[in-house]
Design a protein around this ligand. Structure first.
Ligand code: CAA
Length: 290
C-alpha cells in the first residue's frame, strides 16, 4: 500500500470547523473518498451540518446540481476520533490554530495512519511546518496545504515545504490540489504567514488599530476598502469572517517569529477574543450577525 502520487483518492481531514468542513466539501465534490475526524460524535454531527449547509448554498446559487450535492454528502464519513483515518493516503489537519493542539494531532496521526508513505498535511496559517513534522517519524512526508475561507469559493492553496519535506511530497500535494481539487497553487517557504497572511494580517491589524484609536468607525474602515479599492469585503468584516481568535493566533505566531511591532495583536483584538466576540461564528465581532 504505497501512496502513488497520481492516485490519492482516500483523504482524511482532521477538524470539521469552518476550514475543515470547507476542505472536506471540496474533496467530496471532487469525487474523493473523504473521512472527517472530529473530537467526538457531537462535533462530528456539527461538521456534517456545516458541509450540508454549504452544499445547499452551492445548489441555491446554481453552482451545483442537487444530485451532485447529495453524492458529495454521501461520499463523506464523519467520525468522532482519529482512528478512522488509518487507511488514508493523505490527511489534512485543520484543527484550531494552536501549536500544542496541532503537535498532538500530528503525533497521533503518525501512529495511526498505517501507510508510512502517506502524506500528513496541515492547513496551518502560521505555525512552522517543521515543528509539526518533527512531532512525527516522517517529517519528509509532512507539508503545508493552506486553503482560504470560504474554501469552496476561493481558488488558492499555498503549498509549503519545510527543510525536511521531500520533493515527492511537495509534487504530490501540488498535483493533488491542482488536478484533483481544481485549485491554483503558490509555493512558499516555511516562514510564519507564508505569502498571503504575511501580507494580509498586518493590514487587518492596522484596520483594528484604526477602529481602536477612534481614527475611523468600523463601518467607514470597511466601506473605504470596499468602495475605494474594490475589495469584496472590508478588513473588519474579513477579520470577522476569519474569526478574531484565529486572527489573534496568527498574529501571535507572526510576532513570535519576526518580533516586528506590526504583527503584534492590538489590545482591542485580545479583549474581544477574551470576551468571546469572535466574529461571524459567535454572532458578534466588529459587526453583528443575525
Ligand atoms: N460552493 C460554490 N460556490 C459558492 C458557495 C459554495 N458552497 N457558496 C457561495 N458560492 C459562490 C456564489 O455562487 C457566488 O458566486 P458568483 O459571484 O459567481 O455569483 C460567490 O461564491 C459569492 O457568494 P455569495 O453571493 O453567497 O456571497 P458574497 O457575494 O457576499 O461573497 C465572500 C462572500 C465569498 C465571502 C466574498 O465576500 C469574499 O470573497 N470575501 C473575501 C474573502 C477572503 O478574503 N478570504 C480569505 C480569508 S484569509 C484565509 O482564509 C486564510 C487564513 O489563513 C486566515
Amino acid at each position: 500500500m504505497t501512496t502513488s502520487i497520481a492516485s490519492i483518492h482516500r483523504v482524511g481531514i482532521v477538524g470539521g470547523g469552518q476550514m475543515g468542513a470547507g476542505i472536506a466539501e471540496v474533496c467530496a465534490r471532487a469525487g474523493l473518498d473523504t473521512v472527517v475526524a472530529e473530537s467526538d460524535a457531537t462535533a462530528a454531527r456539527a461538521a456534517r451540518e456545516r458541509v450540508a449547509i454549504s452544499l445547499e448554498r452551492a445548489v441555491q446559487r446554481g453552482k451545483l446540481d442537487r444530485m451532485s450535492a447529495e453524492d458529495a454528502l454521501a461520499r463523506l464519513v464523519f467520525t468522532g476520533g482519529l482512528e478512522d483515518l488509518a487507511d488514508r493516503q493523505l490527511v489534512i489537519e485543520a484543527v484550531t490554530e494552536n501549536p500544542e493542539a496541532k503537535i498532538e494531532v500530528f503525533a497521533g496521526l503518525d501512529k495511526i495512519v498505517a501507510d508510512p508513505e502517506a502524506i500528513l498535511a496541515t492547513n496551518t496559517s502560521a505555525i512552522p511546518i517543521m515543528r509539526l513534522g518533527m512531532a512525527t517519524g516522517r517529517a519528509d512526508r509532512v507539508v503545508g496545504l493552506h486553503f482560504f475561507n470560504p474554501v469552496p469559493v476561493l481558488p488558492l492553496v499555498e503549498v509549503v515545504s519545510s527543510l525536511h519535506t521531500s520533493r515527492d511530497t511537495l509534487d504530490a500535494v501540488e498535483t493533488f490540489a491542482r488536478d484533483a481539487l481544481g485549485k491554483t497553487t503558490v509555493r512558499s517557504q516555511d516562514r510564519a504567514g507564508f505569502v498571503v497572511n504575511a501580507l494580509l494580517i498586518p493590514y487587518l491589524l492596522s484596520a483594528i488599530r484604526m477602529a481602536e484609536s477612534g481614527f475611523a468607525a468600523p463601518e467607514d474602515v470597511d466601506a473605504g476598502m470596499e468602495l475605494g479599492c474594490a475589495h469584496p469585503m472590508g478588513p473588519l468584516k474579513l477579520a470577522d469572517l476569519i474569526g478574531l481568535d484565529t486572527v489573534a493566533a496568527i498574529a501571535e505566531s507572526l510576532y513570535e517569529e519576526f518580533k516586528e511591532p506590526l504583527y503584534a495583536p492590538p489590545p482591542l483584538l485580545q479583549r474581544m477574543v477574551q470576551a468571546g466576540l469572535l466574529g461571524r461564528k459567535s454572532g458578534r465581532g466588529f459587526h453583528t450577525y443575525g
